[in-house]
Design a protein around this ligand. Structure first.
Ligand code: C2E
Ligand code: MG
Ligand code: MG
Ligand code: MG
Length: 296
């Protein structure tokens, strides 16, 4: 039996490790059931242009409605499936679910771009663009341009040549591609130049402390400067307050997403939120001059 397990043989001599492995295996089995058993949900978080007040899209974020444990966030189950084929199964589910939702919104007269997070294992599959094309063909009423793929900076860096080729082929289909958690991958400069992405998402870790940490502010300003030089759009994630929004606005980043604008919500809540958003005066005020001259 030890022989069958090949390189994992040493686990036989470490009962704790063996048990940890079994727990992980069990969690994976359970997650596979969750995909098939309709226990996953997508919540949607708005993305707005603070300069115009326009809602430019929503990001789909997966949750697991666990029958015993309640609503689980991605951080509570994604680590267990990292690097396994379950990431691909999840990605397929998320893509088809998001396309269904896009279609349903369009039928309700709502044209709203949807961003989905694509895991590294999924994106870097050679066949990914073909699979994506099949899914798009299955939803002929949904224009491909309404779908955005969010790709982690670290994923793109892992195998730049493949990532570049795959991203280009996806863009040929008409979908947009964003680079997620930008600034956390340590090689940002080079990759920004090479990767043909449409949007850069500034990681929320820099946004969080930008008001108090001059270092984080400097990083944000550098990202904005680079994005402009390379002619890429940029969006700040983790915008938790109006103060963050104002500071971002001032340094030239007007696309924003964060709890200060809206928390991720079930699809059924989105139409109501879209109706109410233009009425939120404090955010509308952002569009007025911010140099203080209107105050004198
Ligand atoms: P992400 O793609 O960077 O998504 C943004 C995360 O930040 C979300 O967490 C969102 O709820 C959270 N967030 C949004 N605004 C704020 C804010 O103002 N402050 C703070 N502190 N957080 C904010 P969530 O939903 O827990 O997702 C975490 C990560 O899990 C995502 O980060 C993404 O990398 C991954 N993920 C989520 N859904 C999927 C999915 O369908 N597929 C894959 N492969 N990964 C996913
Ligand atoms: Mg994302
Ligand atoms: Mg992110
Ligand atoms: Mg993140």
């Amino acid at each position: 039996r030890a022989k069958q397990r090949g390189r994992d043989t040493y686990h036989c001599f470490d009962p704790d490790l063996d048990q940890a492995l079994q727990v992980r295996q069990e969690r994976r089995r359970r997650f596979a059931q969750a995909i098939d058993g309709d226990e996953l949900r997508l919540h949607y978080q708005p993305q707005v242009d603070m300069a115009s007040g326009e809602v430019v899209g929503v990001e789909a974020l997966v949750r697991w409605q666990h029958p015993q444990e309640g609503l689980l966030a991605p951080g509570q189950f994604l680590p267990d499936i990292a690097g396994t084929s379950l990431e691909v199964d999840l990605g397929e589910w998320v893509l088809s679910q998001a396309l269904c939702q896009l279609q349903a919104w369009r039928e309700a007269g709502i044209t709203l771009p949807v961003s989905v997070n694509i895991s590294p294992a999924h994106l870097l599959q050679e066949a990914f663009p073909e699979r994506l094309a099949v899914l798009l063909e299955g939803n002929p009423q949904v224009p491909a341009r309404l779908l955005n793929l969010e790709v982690l900076e670290t994923a793109a860096m892992h195998d730049v040549d493949t990532a570049m080729a795959v991203i280009r082929r996806c863009q040929t289909l008409g979908v947009h591609v964003a680079i997620d958690d930008f600034g956390t991958g340590f090689s940002s400069l080079t990759y920004l130049r090479q990767l043909p992405v449409d949007l850069i998402k500034i990681d929320k870790s820099f946004v969080r402390d930008m008001l108090t940490d001059p270092g984080d502010m400097a990083i944000i300003e550098s990202i904005i400067y680079m994005a402009n030089r390379f002619d890429r759009a940029m969006l700040a994630e983790g915008v938790e307050s109006l103060e963050h929004a104002r500071a971002l606005f001032r340094v030239g980043c007007t696309l924003a997403q964060g709890f200060g604008i809206a928390r991720p919500m079930p699809a059924t809540h989105v139409p109501k939120w879209l109706d109410e958003w233009p009425l939120r005066q404090e955010w509308a005020d952002l569009q007025r001059p911010i140099d203080g001259s209107h105050l004198v």
